[in-house]
Ligand binder design. Sequence first.
Ligand code: SF4
Ligand code: SF4
Length: 172
Amino acid sequence: MMNLELQVREKSNQNVNKCLQCLKCSSGCPIASWMDYKPNQINRMIQMGDKDRVLCSSVIWLCVGCQTCLTRCPMQIDIPRVMDTLREIAIKEKIPSKQPNVTMFHQLFLNSVKRWGRAHEVELIGLFKLKSGNLFQDMQAGQQMFLKGKLNIFPEIIKDKKAVKQMFKRSK
Ligand code: SF4
Ligand code: SF4
């Protein structure tokens, strides 16, 4: 079986072997304090072939893709793309997510885009709350957004839903 470093390189076109372990990525990451491993540690574990630990980590699901790390990296390693690739590999290899709610949110978001052409927030929030059981979390913020017209009850219809369907088909 192909080792993780090669898998990552092939899928993301990123060479984590270039990592200098300078920690600029991790020290700038806005969610580093919630991560079980920091981005530089993930790079190191990929280099060392510690596939299980990388794919079972919570950081691959917590990374929000903000690109701060990429902007700061002297070697221009695209860590958000590496994280996306690791998520993809973990799903393919059926490794249970350490952050099931985050994984579920990703799936619901994609389903919504597939259905409407863009995310329908009210549906997305409703389904997420039902499935996660966090029914009353962030109620106040939701109410305020609704009153200020930030949440539409009905989905926005896009012109070319067919193109979106084709895009999903091609990505399989
Ligand atoms: S893209 Fe991910 S790893 Fe990089 S700084 Fe943002 S959250 Fe952290
Ligand atoms: S900033 Fe780049 S080179 Fe430095 S530790 Fe992070 S990934 Fe490695």
